[in-house]
Write a protein that binds this ligand. Structure first.
Ligand code: PLP
Length: 429
């Protein structure tokens, strides 16, 4: 049976008695000596094991050529043909627009920032020489994105993230400032909310007319093929949308196989317009002779086309889906009816985003820690680690076992209930 935890409609006495009961519940959980870490969205060992046969794709007798390109030596700096085709298929863009470079898309994002900072995009002044450089940060968002721009001394400007993408009225207004040089986005199964941008939002991004002509959207399509259900979300392909709107050089798109095969040992790519790609390649050519092409070859032979990627991701989803179901069921059973508590029910990606009443997030994280469950720190999904309303939390269900996850969610819900009930009491003065 689902209890409706409607603290707001309780009389004072009932609320006091409920708080006492909830405190006893938390104390009992604490006495169990639980120790669980739900802080980061890593694939579970079960998931990673699904890619083990990738390791058997090449051996000492393998032909290390790929459509005329020698993967066993220097050269072919922008990626072997079959790896470009694979990454283009994942991103849904033409393979001629893709460079495959290394094992980490975050690395490439950093490289693109270095390019803009040190050399300047397409002949514009290097950002590092400017007095003020700002980036738009749809929030809640990905902490590592915000940390990266912060690292360069770039001003991160939070923009509210709605159910279908960033608040585009605000984005259109803010890009009129020539100091605004970019925007971070995770357009599909966003980290952490799991939302996918609507066609209208993608079109409005494609139509943006920023004051700075070296403004670029950092389109991190990290979860392009990470459906949990048979029917996944559809994201409008951004370069096609830009072409329809007149074809500006506006987007750097990124993706990797980190959460397809082996995180940290996959392959990663950037896609951009022909002119932007040529511009980026000038910096990449200084940085390296070429990337790890043997790993590209292994990946391209293991995942020869999009159908193979989809089949592999369906197996990944079989491992992940029950974990998301545990989280949804726990939240539904544990927190239904509490005023101002809401959460997403994503159809893909790696996270569930929870929003509590104002002033609740830090208290929930700290109480969970006392009981033995480590969550992503409150505020982490906002620029500077500062959630102005202290209410957003990221739940990462992928790594723990189902049993651990279920135990961790019991703790999460018990702590959230208590924090919300105490906030209700405080609100009454
Ligand atoms: C949005 C997003 N981008 C990038 C990454 C990491 O990508 P990579 O391993 O390719 O650097 C993650 C990992 O959690 C992510 O959530």
């Amino acid at each position: 049976m689902i209890m409706a935890w409607d603290f707001a409609s309780m009389g004072n006495e009932e609320l006091e008695a409920t708080i006492e009961r909830l405190e006893a519940e938390v104390a009992e959980l604490k006495s169990k000596g639980i120790s669980l870490d739900m802080a980061r969205g890593k694939p579970s060992p079960e998931q990673v094991d699904l890619s083990r046969s990738l390791l058997d794709v090449l051996d000492a007798t393998s032909d290390l050529h790929d459509e005329g390109a020698d993967a066993a030596n220097y050269g072919v700096p922008w990626g072997i043909p079959s790896a470009k085709r694979l990454m283009a298929a994942i991103m849904g863009c033409p393979e001629g627009q893709v460079v495959v470079a290394g094992a980490s898309s975050l690395n490439i994002q950093f490289d693109c920032l270095v390019h803009a900072w040190v050399r300047g995009i397409r002949g514009h002044a290097p950002w590092g020489t400017l007095e003020r450089v700002a980036f738009l940060c749809p929030s809640p968002g990905y902490d590592r994105h915000f940390a990266m721009t912060e690292h360069f001394g770039i001003e991160n400007i939070p923009v509210p993230l709605e159910g279908d993408g960033p608040d585009m009225d605000m984005v259109e207004e803010l890009v009129r400032d020539p100091a605004v040089k970019g925007m971070w986005v995770v357009p599909k199964y966003q980290n952490p909310t799991g939302i996918t941008f609507s066609d209208e939002v993608v079109r409005r991004i494609a139509r943006l007319e920023p004051a700075a002509s070296d403004f670029r959207v950092f389109w991190d399509n990290a979860y392009a093929v990470h459906d949990l259900l048979d029917e996944g979300d559809e994201l409008l392909e951004v370069f096609g949308a830009i072409d329809e709107e007149g074809g500006r050089d506006l987007v750097y798109e990124f993706a990797s196989t980190s959460k397809i095969t082996f995180p940290g040992s996959g392959i990663a790519a950037v896609a951009a317009s022909a002119a932007d790609l040529a511009d980026l390649e000038e910096t990449f050519a200084i940085e390296r002779v070429c990337a790890d092409k043997v790993n590209m070859l292994r990946h391209a032979r293991y995942l020869p086309d999009l159908a193979a990627v989809r089949a592999h991701m369906a197996r990944e989803a079989e491992v992940l889906r029950p974990r998301f179901e545990v989280v949804e069921r726990s939240l539904e059973e544990g927190l239904s009816g509490i005023e101002d508590c809401s959460w997403g029910t994503p159809r893909g990606g790696y996270f569930v985003s929870f929003r509590g009443p104002e002033g609740s997030a830090k208290a929930i994280v700290s109480l969970c820690r006392e009981v033995g469950v480590t969550l992503t720190p409150a505020g982490a999904t906002w620029p500077g680690g500062e959630d102005p309303k202290d209410r957003d939390l990221r739940i990462a269900p992928s790594y723990p076992t189902l049993e651990e996850l279920s135990a961790a969610m019991d703790v999460f819900c018990a702590c959230a209930r208590l924090v919300c009930a105490r906030l209700e009491r405080r609100g009454r003065g």
